[in-house]
Design a protein around this ligand. Structure first.
Ligand SMILES: [Zn+2]
Length: 66
């Protein structure tokens, strides 16, 4: 399955929580990811974007079972 479709197969409320809980190594906290893209990952998909607070590059792997 294509990465973006996998991502969209997750319920919207869960996706919102994932977007709001990405760890930023600069803020040392869970932050919102912005301007992200969905890429394929062996575990499912990975969100790659920027911290909404400081702009640092952040990523989050989202495990998805097929
Ligand atoms: Zn940050």
């Amino acid at each position: 399955m294509e990465a973006n479709r996998k991502w969209l197969s997750i319920p919207e409320n869960i996706r919102k929580q994932l977007i709001l809980n990405v760890f930023c190594s600069n803020c040392l906290d869970a932050v919102k990811i912005k301007d992200f893209v969905i890429k394929p990952n062996p575990a499912g998909v990975v969100l790659e974007g920027n911290c909404a607070v400081c702009g640092n590059g952040v990523a989050r792997v989202v495990e998805i079972e097929e």
